[in-house]
Design a protein around this ligand. Structure first.
Ligand SMILES: Cc1cc2nc3c(=O)[nH]c(=O)nc-3n(C[C@H](O)[C@H](O)[C@H](O)COP(=O)(O)O)c2cc1C
Length: 313
């Protein structure tokens, strides 16, 4: 997920969830405009660590030649899977005819998948769509377009572009996609517990499920383990460490990234009943100190002292 699931976060989640609970992960989208994205940028998105679970690298663009050449670079950088984003609703993506813009034209969507699949024969290519642009009337056409282009798996976020990230979800659209194609379908949208996952499987027949925002608030969600408040605070401190280690320049920046998670946080009852009191903390050091206190770390911050000394406030 853009701006959140960089390796610094993703690796902490992968490390906490065994392969039988979490089958794989995906990078945030890598925007491809008018030049192929270099291998070193792909490596940065994939991160230094490799886990048992595959990490797919997601590309988003509309220039078929650049996408194809970027896919070759993604494989060179070690991507287990190349995923194509046909769901991003952002205006910037639409202006470049990328992301959810492709939902208006299933033929173009198919050509895009085919161009990338041809460029990396033998390597899995997957496509992630929404249920439609303005409405879900063509969900079968869109699913078939991804399959006809040569994708190994289809992920469908059941909301349309017009529905953005609304609370309601209509999983019958996932069931329609499942019926339309022979490739495995990964359902997405509104899964925030194991019970949701079972319901989605039962109601739609999808082979896999993708969890979006709920994971931001509970990194153990796949495992299903109950977490203590101290574990939750330790996760956030580990995340702060990882952000500093990857060059995040300021304590304020790191605190901002922690708050991005705290907005969604549900694990370990850390935010109950005081989510606002975390989000309103102005002083980053105060936030780190409070987390260290809850984590029972005994000293604040838990950041590498040498690194912390170099980090501006
Ligand atoms: C902040 C944010 C960033 C996202 N970035 C991406 C992205 O880079 N690629 C992608 O395919 N989907 C992205 N999504 C969409 C999610 O992957 C997912 O499809 C959506 O949140 C619905 O799932 P959920 O109801 O489980 O959250 C993003 C969503 C959010 C809220």
């Amino acid at each position: 997920m853009e701006g959140v699931t960089a390796p610094s976060f993703r690796d902490l989640v992968l490390a906490r969830n065994p392969p039988q609970a979490l089958g794989g992960a995906c990078t945030e989208f890598v925007r491809v405009v008018d030049t192929p994205v270099p291998v070193k940028v792909m490596r940065r998105h994939l991160g230094p660590h490799r886990f048992a679970q595959p990490v797919s690298l997601q590309l988003m663009g509309s220039d078929l030649d650049c996408l194809a050449r970027s896919a070759i670079h993604a494989v060179e950088a070690g991507a287990a899977v190349v995923d194509l984003n046909f769901g991003c609703p952002a205006k910037g993506a639409l202006r470049g005819c990328a992301g959810s813009a492709a939902l208006k034209d299933p033929r173009q969507l198919e050509r895009t998948v085919a161009a990338v699949a041809r460029a990396i024969p033998g390597h899995p290519v997957t496509g992630k769509i929404r249920a439609g642009f303005d409405d879900a009337s063509r969900v079968e056409d869109l699913a078939r377009a991804v399959e006809a282009g040569g994708a190994w798996m289809l992920t469908i976020h059941c909301r349309t572009r017009a529905e953005a990230y609304c609370d309601e979800v209509d999983w019958t659209r996932i069931a329609r996609a499942v019926s339309a194609v022979a490739i495995p379908v990964c359902g997405n949208g509104g899964v925030s517990s194991h019970a949701d996952l079972e319901r989605m499987r039962a109601q739609t027949g999808c082979a896999h499920a993708m969890v979006g925002r709920a994971e931001l608030g509970d990194p153990w969600i796949f495992h299903g383990a109950t977490t203590t408040e101290a574990d939750a605070a330790r996760f956030l401190l580990d995340y702060a460490d990882a952000l500093f280690a990857t060059g995040e320049p300021s304590k304020k920046g790191v605190a901002g990234r922690l708050k991005q998670l705290l907005v969604h946080w549900s694990a370990g009852a850390l935010c109950r009943p005081t989510r606002e009191s975390w989000l309103h903390m102005k002083d980053p050091q105060e936030l780190f100190d409070r987390l260290a206190l809850v984590a029972g770390e005994g000293r604040c911050p838990r950041l590498n002292p040498l690194l912390a000394a170099k980090v501006p406030a």
